[in-house]
Design a protein around this ligand. Structure first.
Ligand code: HEM
Length: 151
């Protein structure tokens, strides 16, 4: 059991801190590092391919390799795997890190469409997939920094 993990609840998971590490952790249930690799690779492939994701894809600039590397480490840690993000990047404070990008409902939904497709392609266990998706949807909604109608 990791120290300082406050349990899976909306307040904590929405802040972007790692969620509870029950035994086995969501990281382990998903299949560990290879599963996170596959999920993140597919997520950015979806972002590259989907018309509705063109806007959020453009926010990321040219090459996706650096952000793939960071998101793999972040998600691994967030899902109860090895803490490979915080020692390098500091506390997640994800909302603050996203403030320089205008994120409204459309951007949130485009992000989640990519993640939903990536989860469907890489996670066979429907219950686990739904659980991870819901936790991510809550976090993605928390990332909004534009009024709902600013579209
Ligand atoms: C809601 C819509 C979202 C948009 C439009 C968005 C967009 C972005 C962009 C443009 C970056 C910077 C990439 C770069 O530096 O090249 C970024 C960084 C990042 N995003 Fe998101 N993001 C969203 C939601 C999320 C969610 C829900 C998560 C977590 C589950 C997440 C995790 C991250 C992480 C870990 C980073 C790197 C932070 C760091 O610099 O350490 N993002 N995001």
């Amino acid at each position: 059991m990791r120290q300082g993990y406050a349990g899976l609840n909306e307040k904590h998971s929405r802040g972007g801190e790692p969620i509870l590490s029950p035994d086995p952790t969501p990281f382990e249930r998903l299949g560990g590092e290879p599963a996170i690799e596959a999920l993140v690779e597919r997520f950015y492939a979806e972002m590259d391919a989907r018309p509705e994701a063109r806007g959020i894809r453009a926010m990321h600039g040219g090459g996706l390799e650096p952000i793939k590397f960071v998101l793999k480490r972040y998600l691994g840690e967030w899902l109860g795997g090895p803490p490979l993000y915080s020692p390098h990047r500091g506390p997640p404070r994800l909302r603050m890190r996203h403030l320089r990008f205008p994120i409204g409902e459309a951007e949130r939904d485009a992000w989640l469409a990519c993640m939903s497709a990536a989860l469907a392609a890489t996670v066979a266990d429907a219950e686990l997939r739904g659980w991870v998706y819901r936790a991510m949807a809550s976090l993605a909604d928390h990332m909004r920094n534009q009024a709902a109608d600013s579209g």
